[in-house]
Design a protein around this ligand. Structure first.
Ligand SMILES: Nc1ncnc2c1ncn2[C@@H]1O[C@H](COP(=O)(O)OP(=O)(O)OP(=O)(O)O)[C@@H](O)[C@H]1O
Ligand SMILES: [Mg+2]
Length: 236
């Protein structure tokens, strides 16, 4: 069952709601992209889904379960992992320690932990090579790979990605999108916020746009693509 966001009103203070009646659905195994101008509330929406912000109204449901009252620490067990906007690795800890942090909910299950490491190192040989080095020595692209690899350690069902390619060189941007396509092929449900409108629509199945904390447009990839110019014009 999908990730459903139903009529969410939420913000950082009660007086000024940032999200005003936002409603969207991320279908199982598909890539759903959220676009919108700076300040539209895209990151705020992901924070609300993940329990950092408690909605004043509305509800988030994941796989048929209401997430009302869930805290961020409950989300991995619920099968949701979140790539926050900006950098989230610990540069002084080693690559493998950073990966282990992504799997803290299964820290007592050595077998499962070993399997998760094996799988990640198979997919990301560079991370294997550098597993005992401080994560701070990784290149920008490798760091982002580490962040993405860490999300998959516990094999969650759903991934929330906030600007996965931001700040990377064009060549590395492409490799991040390739990685997201692989995650889709591995049947993850992906809800992604992105500034890179063209690229993210390429890998999207369904697209939403937010403006001023409200739903603006939505549609299947191709339908959305056709109206893209007119939609982006509204942002300026
Ligand atoms: N921690 C915070 N406290 C108070 N207001 C905040 C906080 N974070 C964001 N805001 C405000 O909430 C609004 C939406 O911000 P948000 O970060 O969700 O936008 P966004 O769509 O992700 O933008 P961007 O594309 O720049 O990342 C903005 O007006 C912003 O100033
Ligand atoms: Mg943001």
């Amino acid at each position: 069952m999908p990730l459903e966001v139903r009529n969410i009103v939420a913000g950082y203070t009660k007086e000024v709601p940032i999200l005003r009646d936002v409603d969207l659905t991320a279908q199982d195994g598909l890539v759903t992209v959220i676009l919108g101008p700076n300040g539209a509330g895209k990151s705020t929406l992901l924070k609300t889904i993940y329990g950092y912000i408690r909605p004043q109204e509305g509800e988030v449901r994941h796989d048929g379960t209401s997430l009302a009252g869930y805290k961020p620490k409950d989300m991995l067990r619920e099968g949701i992992a979140y790539l926050i906007q900006g950098h989230s690795i610990f540069p002084r800890m080693t690559v493998s320690e950073n990966l282990e942090l992504g799997a803290w909910i299964m820290r007592d299950d050595r077998q499962r932990m070993a399997e998760a490491f094996e799988e990640v190192y198979e997919r990301f040989p560079r991370l294997k090579e550098k597993r005992t080095e401080p994560a701070g020595v990784l290149s920008g692209g490798e760091r982002r790979m580490l962040e993405i690899a860490r999300l998959t350690m516990t094999r969650p069902k759903t991934l929330l990605l906030d600007e996965p390619s931001v700040g990377l060189m064009p060549r590395l941007v492409d490799s991040i999108y390739e990685e997201i396509e692989k995650l889709k092929a591995a049947r993850y449900t992906i809800l992604m916020v992105d500034q890179n409108v063209k690229k993210s629509i390429e890998i999207a199945d369904y697209v939403y746009s937010l403006q001023l904390g409200q739903n603006a447009h939505e549609g299947e990839k191709h339908a959305f693509e056709q109206r893209l110019n007119e939609i982006v014009k509204e942002w300026i």
